[in-house]
Design a protein around this ligand. Structure first.
Ligand SMILES: Nc1nc2c(c(=O)[nH]1)N[C@H]1C(S)=C(S)[C@@H](COP(=O)(O)O)O[C@H]1N2
Ligand SMILES: [Mo]
Length: 556
């Protein structure tokens, strides 16, 4: 539409294979199938043997308080704001998902153990296949912003709207209980369950029950669905979302356990999204079928007019506005990507810096929990200097530490090893969504800090790599001095009790456990202390922050 990729960008965003592919593990497929068939089958059996249940809306009249009439304006506004944000979150979420198009319930993410995948690729065993290679293309009609490797901007859109989505939800629930509207949505008797089933028997056997007028009360199944969407799905979405943060996972290990583990949380986050989509499809269908004009007037004007077309036109305008917003968001994504990155930082940067980022990681995993597989990421350095050093097992390597320090040093691996060693078993969180548990051994950064004595003005530590970023140019990233001094922040030369291999970052790589993977520079060439990240590279705090619009602060 508006996008003219240059050759280099085309290569990254626009691969030859752009087919949408979904494969569910056969067991999951069969179990889901059996569940659906059994549920509908049970309804049919009941129908064929006992006939249709007593008209369920009659039962409902006795249980619902029909003094709750109509829809107040705040409810109408919250409903549509929610619709707007939900669509943004879903579309940006899909873009995020496709950067690691596999979902698991185990925390090691070994290819082949996913229960669903959105890629036809079977990871080759005979050559290096990184998580970056594994990312898929998603059509911009589905994802925001779509294409491939757009997780930075997609996260921008997602996180810019999360606080407002949550806020709108809180306002809605508070007003629900301050008014009497909650009576319409919150079941007050267990009778709702058999009643809802009875309504389901009607739908499942293609009989239409007598629909109550939604202006006064909902049918039992409808009430139960709305209750589920508001009071179960929404909190689950928030909780499973929060559990994906490395700072949270590495501090409150019990939280992701609510979903089995960190990948369980990611899978549940996806399933909640799927439930929302299924709900929206059914909800819209039912609204259309059970009196389109009247229902549209209910949810726009708050009036029970059965024939006026005003409501319908308002809804069409809302849908039109939402669509126009997505065209605009698409344009912004490609022409003003910094706006997305900066707005996200403006809204969430301070919030996270003063909350989640403050958490101290606490290593927790046991040796038995080390993942059998660990996705590699990044481009192996191609520099001659690194290759020469590698030939000699990095015997001639010297780590240079300088910048705003009193005592700049150059240290060989042997010298570093003599300064101390700490070993931690921790979970690595890649921004793409995969994780892995590994043991890391190396020197606490705090020892380096004590040794070089940074000036009081130094608040940022810059780590330069021998390797390059996705679009070329030296890979680097920056950390707050604070985070470098946190528990388990180390310069690692050991992984899973063996010397760090070339693929995983030899001779040295960073571990800062409350941050996402891209901040953990591999193949470290030198370290510099600085006043700020602003004068380095393009000034956004790292190679990925500069080129791929990732967040400066990666604690979520
Ligand atoms: N030099 C360099 N370091 C890097 C990267 C890179 O591309 N270049 N990728 C980062 C990303 S995105 C991740 S998830 C981790 C991956 O570490 P692993 O290969 O041990 O899984 O390294 C990080 N460090
Ligand atoms: Mo990553």
């Amino acid at each position: 539409m508006f996008t003219n990729f240059d050759e280099r960008e085309k290569l990254v965003h626009y691969p030859n294979d752009r087919k949408l592919y979904v494969r569910i593990k056969p067991v999951v497929f069969v179990i889901t199938g059996i569940f659906i068939i059994a549920t509908i089958g049970a309804a049919w059996i009941q129908y064929l043997i006992f006939g249709l249940p007593k008209d369920p809306s009659l039962t409902l009249l006795n249980t619902a308080d029909s003094s709750v009439i109509g829809f107040p304006i705040w409810l109408i506004i919250c409903h549509w704001i929610n619709f707007f944000f939900l669509v943004i979150l879903i579309r940006a979420g899909l873009s995020i998902l496709f950067d690691h198009p596999r979902l698991y319930f185990n925390e090691g993410c070994e290819p082949g153990t996913e229960w669903i995948k959105f890629t036809p690729v079977n990871v080759p065993k005979d050559k290096l296949w990184t998580a970056k290679d594994d990312a898929r293309y998603i059509s911009p009609f589905l994802g925001l912003p779509g294409y491939r490797h757009t997780i930075g901007i997609a996260r921008g859109w997602h996180f810019i709207h999360v606080p407002f989505f949550v806020l709108n939800g809180i306002v809605f629930v508070v007003l629900l209980f301050l008014s009497d509207q909650w009576l319409k949505i919150v079941p007050t008797t267990w009778q709702i369950l058999p009643d809802a089933w009875n309504v389901f028997v009607y739908y499942a056997t293609l009989n239409m029950p007598i629909e109550p007028n939604g202006f006064y009360h909902f049918n039992a199944l409808q009430q139960l669905s709305y209750f589920t969407v508001i009071f179960i799905l929404a909190p689950m979405a928030m909780l499973s979302g929060i559990c994906m943060s490395p700072a949270i996972e590495n501090r409150f290990h019990w939280l992701p356990k609510l979903f089995g583990n960190r990948q369980g949380a990611r899978s549940v986050h996806f399933l909640v999204m799927l439930s929302y989509v299924i709900f929206i499809v059914i909800h819209v269908t039912m609204v259309v079928m059970s009196g389109l004009l009247r229902n549209m007037n209910h949810i726009t004007l708050g009036s029970d007019n059965p024939s006026s077309t005003t409501g319908l036109f308002i809804v069409i305008s809302i849908v039109f506005f939402t669509t126009a917003f997505f065209v605009y968001a698409y344009w912004v994504s490609w022409n003003r990507p910094r706006w997305v990155q900066k707005t996200d930082a403006f809204i969430n940067g301070n919030l996270w810096e003063n909350t989640i980022d403050k958490l101290k990681p606490s290593p927790y995993y046991k040796k038995e929990e080390i993942s059998p597989f660990f996705w590699p990421n990044g481009k192996l350095p191609t520099s001659e200097i690194w290759k020469e050093l590698a030939k000699n097992k990095f015997k001639d390597y010297k780590l240079k530490v300088g910048g705003l320090v009193e005592n700049p040093v150059e240290l060989s691996l042997d010298e570093l090893m003599k300064l101390g060693k700490e070993q931690n078993i921790t979970m690595h969180h890649c921004i793409q969504g995969w994780t892995g548990v590994a043991e890391w051994g190396g020197l606490p950064l705090r020892v380096i800090v004590d040794l070089v004595k940074p000036h009081p003005s130094a608040t940022t530590v810059v780590f330069y790599s021998f390797g390059e970023g996705l679009y070329g140019g030296v890979y680097y990233d920056t950390h707050s001095l604070d985070n470098c001094l946190k528990p388990a922040s180390i310069l690692a030369w050991e992984m899973n009790y063996k010397p760090l291999s070339e693929v995983y970052g030899a001779p040295l790589r960073l571990r800062i456990e409350n941050q996402l993977g891209y901040k953990m520079v591999k193949w470290i060439e030198r370290i510099e202390f600085a006043e700020s990240h602003k004068n380095i590279g393009k000034g956004y705090g790292g190679k990925n922050e500069d080129d791929e619009y990732f967040d400066l602060l990666a604690s979520t």
